[in-house]
Design a protein around this ligand. Structure first.
Ligand code: FES
Length: 203
C-alpha cells in the first residue's frame, strides 16, 4: 500500500520526468524533416514531436518533443525520443505504447493512456516526412474513428482499455479520460464498450 506522498512510479520514470531528454527548445521546427502534433490543448494534453531523418537510409537521426502533458506523458515521450533514434522510419512507426511502458519499467494502469500521445505524435511526424518528400503513398492514416472529440479518444483506445481490464463506463473513463469534458460521447462509448467486451470476452 502506498503511503501519502509516495510515488507509484518506477525509478526510471522518475528519472526521465526529472531530467527529460531531447526537449525541443523554442518553437522553431524549420530544421526538422517531419513534425507531428497530437492532442487537445484545451484539455492540457498536447504533444509535438519533430524528427530529423537521414534521407538515404530513412533512419531517424534526431527526435525532439514538447508537451503540456503530465509526468507520465513527459517521461514516456522522453524515453520514446531516445528509443527511436537510429531506427528506420518503418521501425519507429511500429513502436507501441506498450513498448514504451515496458522500457519505463511499468506505469500505473490509469496512466497508460498518457503514454499514447507521444507515440501518436511520432507517427504523425513520420507521415509528415513522407508528405514533404513526395511520398504521399506511404502516409499511413490511423484507421481509428474518434469517439470523444474533447479528449481525442478513438474506438481503438476504447478497445485497448477493454483489453487492459476496463469493464464499466467508469473504468473506461478512468483509463482514457473519455467523457470528462462535455459528456456527449457517453452513449457511443458505452455501446463500443459492450461490443468489445463481447468480442474479446464473450461478455
Ligand atoms: S466528446 Fe466531450 S467529453 Fe467526450
Amino acid at each position: 500500500m502506498l503511503q501519502a506522498g509516495e510515488w507509484a512510479y518506477t525509478e526510471k520514470l522518475k528519472e526521465h520526468f526529472m531530467s527529460p531528454r531531447n526537449i525541443l527548445q523554442g518553437d522553431n521546427t524549420d530544421d526538422f524533416d517531419g513534425v507531428g502534433m497530437e492532442g487537445n490543448l484545451q484539455c492540457g494534453d498536447q504533444m509535438l514531436v519533430a524528427i530529423k531523418v537521414d534521407k538515404e537510409k530513412e533512419v531517424i537521426t534526431d527526435c525532439k518533443w514538447k508537451t503540456y502533458g503530465c509526468a507520465s506523458a513527459i517521461a514516456s515521450t522522453s524515453i520514446l525520443s531516445e528509443m527511436v533514434k537510429g531506427m528506420t522510419l518503418e521501425q519507429a512507426f511500429h513502436v507501441t505504447p506498450k513498448d514504451v511502458v515496458k522500457e519505463l519499467g511499468g506505469l500505473p494502469d490509469h496512466k497508460i493512456h498518457c503514454s499514447v500521445l507521444g507515440d501518436k505524435a511520432l507517427r504523425a511526424s513520420i507521415n509528415n516526412f513522407y508528405s514533404r518528400n513526395g511520398m504521399d503513398d506511404r502516409v499511413k492514416q490511423e484507421q481509428a474513428t474518434i469517439v470523444c472529440q474533447c479528449m481525442n479518444i478513438t474506438d481503438h483506445d476504447i478497445e485497448e482499455a477493454v483489453l487492459e481490464g476496463a469493464r464499466s463506463y467508469y473504468e473506461l473513463q478512468e483509463r482514457t479520460k473519455l467523457g470528462t469534458v462535455c459528456g456527449q460521447c457517453k452513449d457511443e462509448a458505452e455501446a463500443l464498450l459492450e461490443k468489445f467486451k463481447h468480442i474479446h470476452f464473450g461478455a
